[in-house]
Ligand binder design. Structure first.
Ligand SMILES: [Zn+2]
Length: 66
């Protein structure tokens, strides 16, 4: 598995991935697809925290595997 394909849209891993927003927000997203958690988290940040500018790369670093 190469790093490039690891987060590919169609690649499903067995591990569950999770991104949490700030504690005061409480938002959390989980998926088996790393690309999907990032996508959903980006959508959440844009909607709920329009003043925060976060890149997909930063979100990738925040992913926890369960
Ligand atoms: Zn949030």
């Amino acid at each position: 598995m190469t790093k490039k394909n690891h987060w590919g849209k169609n690649k499903m891993d067995e591990t569950l991935k999770q991104i949490r927003c700030r504690p005061e927000c409480g938002f959390m997203v989980r998926s088996h697809s790393g690309a999907e958690v990032i996508e959903l988290a980006l959508m959440h940040v844009k909607k709920a925290h329009p003043t925060i500018n976060v890149s997909p790369d930063e979100l990738r670093k925040r992913i926890r595997t369960l």
